[in-house]
Design a protein around this ligand. Structure first.
Ligand code: C2E
Ligand code: CA
Ligand code: CA
Ligand code: CA
Length: 281
């Protein structure tokens, strides 16, 4: 028999090998996830701070693999972006979101002015036909203008401002509103920001989490809200987990909030129940 060299290697490098194996398995699994119907969307309500009304939701992607179980988007989205799979996955997300919103509106389970936001990665956004395809799809739907919103991360936008701007301009001219996600984390130049047709800034959770205890985070959140006002944008605070945070944000003039304090992201049935319980219709 051959000497067991692999176990000797294992003795010294177990974590590296395991991590590598896991990534390879994950990669392979991800490739089949769409065709095997392993993805679904969950919906996190967006709340108007002043009224407590549900004004919309953010669609968030979930993946449960039969063997690997739940895999976080924080792990698989970057993989899908690197492999290019994000384009097909992203198309699926948009299709699913549009159909879901059509269903909710037809069944009067959400208000007529309800907005649904989808996350769009920079690879999708910088495809030359992204905006045109999305608008064509929306035209075929029965959705009111402005019912769909796209969220683009600040860091993604800054990777290719010129291409992104062209796409976003087309979208916003046809009343698809554009939100900058994770705002405050991406070192974007204000000069660039001014040239983008953005209507919503989302304050990253990092600033919201500690704003009730850390004066510096509180000032940062306040700066973002003031900046948004100067740009004619509204602000959404993400990751609101405590009523004190909601209170502070409202005092600072922030319009909308999302977070566990109101609701975690919900599966369709639970989301509908949540809306009904809040008497939205
Ligand atoms: P994101 O767009 O910044 O989404 C917000 C994340 O914060 C979500 O994590 C949400 O579940 C979580 N969250 C919401 N409220 C709270 C709270 O009160 N406390 C805490 N601790 N967390 C909260 P999730 O669903 O794991 O998504 C992570 C990221 O994955 C998203 O960050 C987004 O960048 C990406 N992602 C998710 N779905 C999609 C998608 O369909 N397409 C693309 N391109 N990216 C997606
Ligand atoms: Ca988002
Ligand atoms: Ca975000
Ligand atoms: Ca975030």
């Amino acid at each position: 028999a051959l000497p067991d060299t692999s176990s000797g290697w294992r003795l010294y490098q177990p974590s590296i090998e395991d991590a590598l194996q896991k990534r390879i398995r994950l990669h392979e699994a991800l490739r089949g996830a769409l065709d095997n119907h392993e993805f679904f969307l969950v919906y996190q309500p967006k709340i108007e701070l002043r009224s407590g009304r549900i004004i919309g939701a953010e669609a968030l992607l979930r993946w449960v693999h039969p063997q690997l179980g739940f895999v976080s988007p924080v792990d698989f989205i970057p993989m899908a972006e690197a492999s290019g799979d994000i384009l097909r996955i992203g198309d699926w997300v948009i299709e699913r979101a549009i159909r879901q919103l059509e269903e909710w509106l037809a069944a009067r389970q959400v208000a007529n002015d309800f907005h649904l936001a989808v996350n769009v990665s920079v690879q999708q956004l910088t495809r030359p036909d992204f905006a045109r395809n999305l608008l064509q799809r929306l035209l075929r739907s029965r959705l009111p203008a402005g019912a769909l919103e796209v969220e683009v991360t600040e860091s993604g936008l800054m990777q290719n401002v010129d291409l992104a701007r062209t796409q976003l301009q087309l979208l916003s001219r046809h009343s698809v509103s554009v939100a900058i996600d994770d705002f405050g984390t991406g070192h974007s130049s204000l000069a660039y920001l001014k040239t983008l047709p953005v209507s919503v800034l989302k304050i990253d959770r990092a600033f919201v989490s500690n704003m009730d205890t850390e004066p510096q985070d509180r000032r940062l959140a306040e700066t973002v809200i003031d900046m948004a006002r100067n740009f004619g944008c509204i602000t959404v605070a993400e990751g609101v987990e405590k009523p004190e945070q909601a209170e502070m944000l409202m005092d600072m003039g922030c319009e909308l909030a999302q977070g566990y304090w109101y609701s975690p992201p919900l599966k369709v049935e639970q989301f509908v129940e949540f809306c009904a319980a809040r008497e939205q219709i």
